[in-house]
Design a protein around this ligand. Structure first.
Ligand code: SAH
Ligand code: SF4
Length: 461
């Protein structure tokens, strides 16, 4: 979500004649796009801002801004901790940034624009204060112009007790499906081959169009499948309760839709899920996994987990381990619980699990997940898969080995597995068949199948 927001803000500033620069000395404005999901992310921003204190004294004309979730979460507190910040803009006001920078440059002083809080008005009023901002798609602003995020939903109404997102991103709203389809067509005309639909609970997407027709996620996928040029469609993040059969059938039947589902479980313990107010039981999550495996055999499923949530016992953590072992996720993102002021969790429960226990549980779960990822990846050795080449690998860039006709490239399979191979940078942006010959827990190593080998030999005909 933040990557897309950054793309759109930069595009709107470019329209005003700004350019991106890597050098803060050259910059007229420095903007931090921020996250509030965990405390560490906010601390990092304050630490970066702290480093600019002297810089701002030496360069008072430069505009320093904080945008995104932390701007909404901390609002004026940011001015208090870093009084030299000029601009605070919440996720619902990003479209105002060029105009606000202009005001600061014209001497109108500090600017702050944020949305209403979730208790600061009626629902419609709050919704109006969170504007969706998706007008400018500038391929040059994406690290890989052939891949693009499309926001289909903003906000969240689930209010899991640990989570700050509903407070900072506002009420859940599905975007007009015709706007989404028009945006996808526009992206396809500008050589985008892969789109990723994004929303906090993307599969809960629902919207009624001008003709009164109700659109579900599966309806949207059906329409997007028809767009020439788009070759892959992904969507994140899914909510377990809304993994409906019509959606699973769409994933199975629509060739462009990736058989890859990110469906966070968060915990394997009934009591902890209840405390988290996730709205499902472990048995319901298991049932959903079963339906995924039945309907879309071979699909890759990934998850998020929070370890050390308030009151989590060793036995309850073990239940999470058991769920990971049973579900065999492609990968899991594992987080140590971080208490967020203003959430129900912070209000109702003690953050009583010591940091070292959270850390131990995090490491243990990661180890188990890595072993599963490695075993499943090993099963792919000798198989041929289609890989979208995304760019030159980070290792090659770090070693300075990023030029020449043969460099280390990185890409992804239709199931979102990372593949590394040797190839020509001209292959970036193309989907190529590759044979997998080696693997680690998070990476497959492949070799591009050349046509001279005969496609039928590899079952590609
Ligand atoms: N909308 C998505 C997740 C958004 S936040 C969903 O519902 O799945 C991404 C992940 O961060 C969450 O899945 C959760 O695992 C983690 N997370 C959110 N709040 C957290 C907190 N307070 N402490 C630790 N991890 C948190
Ligand atoms: Fe946060 Fe829960 Fe909403 Fe995800 S579904 S954004 S975890 S409140």
């Amino acid at each position: 979500m933040n990557m897309l927001d950054s793309e759109l803000v930069v595009a709107s500033l470019r329209k005003q004649g700004y350019q991106l620069t890597d050098s803060i000395e050259e910059a007229d404005a420095l903007l931090f796009n921020t996250c509030s999901v965990r405390e560490q992310a906010e601390n990092k921003t304050y630490s970066h801002l702290g480093k600019l204190r002297q810089f701002k004294i030496d360069n008072p004309e430069k505009v320093i801004g904080v945008m995104g979730c932390m701007a909404q979460n901390h609002q004026k507190k940011i001015f208090q901790r870093a009084p030299y910040v000029d601009l605070i803009v919440g996720p619902g006001q990003l479209h105002q940034i060029p105009e606000l920078i202009k005001k600061i440059e014209q001497g109108e002083g500090r600017q702050i624009e944020v949305s209403l809080g979730r208790r600061d008005g009626g629902r419609e009023e709050i919704i109006r204060s969170h504007e969706s901002f998706d007008p400018l798609r500038d391929p040059e602003m994406r690290p890989t112009p052939f891949q693009a995020f499309i926001r289909i939903q903003i906000g969240c109404d689930k209010f899991c007790t640990y989570c700050i997102v509903p407070s900072v991103r506002g009420p859940e709203q599905g975007r007009n499906p015709h706007d989404i389809i028009a945006e996808a067509k526009h992206l396809a005309l500008h050589d985008t081959v892969e789109i990723t639909l994004i929303g906090q609970t993307v599969n809960s997407y629902k919207a009624v169009d001008q003709d009164g027709k109700l659109w579900r996620m599966s309806d949207l996928l059906g329409e997007l499948q028809e767009i020439d040029g788009i070759q892959r469609i992904k969507f994140v993040t899914n909510y377990p309760n809304d993994m409906t059969d019509d959606l699973l059938c769409a994933v199975r039947d629509l060739s462009k839709v990736s058989p890859y589902l990110h469906v966070p479980a968060q915990s394997g313990s009934e009591r902890i899920l209840k405390r988290m107010k996730r709205g499902y039981t472990v048995a319901q999550y298991r049932d959903m996994m079963h339906r995924i495996r039945e309907t879309v055999p071979g699909a890759a499923v990934s998850s998020d987990f929070i370890v050390g949530f308030c009151g989590e016992t060793d036995e309850e953590f073990q239940m999470t381990v058991d769920l990971v072992e049973e579900c065999r996720f492609k990968n899991s993102f594992i987080f140590k619980y971080s208490e967020r002021e203003g959430t129900k969790g912070a209000e109702m429960y003690d953050d009583d699990i010591p940091h070292h226990v959270k850390k131990e549980r995090n490491n243990r779960l990661l180890e188990i997940q890595n072993q599963i990822s490695l075993e499943d990846n090993q099963d792919m050795i000798g198989h041929t898969v289609d890989v979208l080449i995304e760019g030159i690998s980070k290792t090659a860039i770090r070693k300075g080995e990023d030029t020449g006709p043969s460099v280390q490239l990185t890409g992804r399979t239709h199931c979102d597995r990372i593949v590394v191979c040797e190839g020509n940078p001209r292959q970036i942006g193309h989907i190529l068949p590759m044979t997998i010959y080696e693997t680690s827990p998070h990476t497959l190593f492949g070799e591009v199948v050349t046509e001279a080998c005969g496609p039928e030999l590899f079952g590609l005909g």
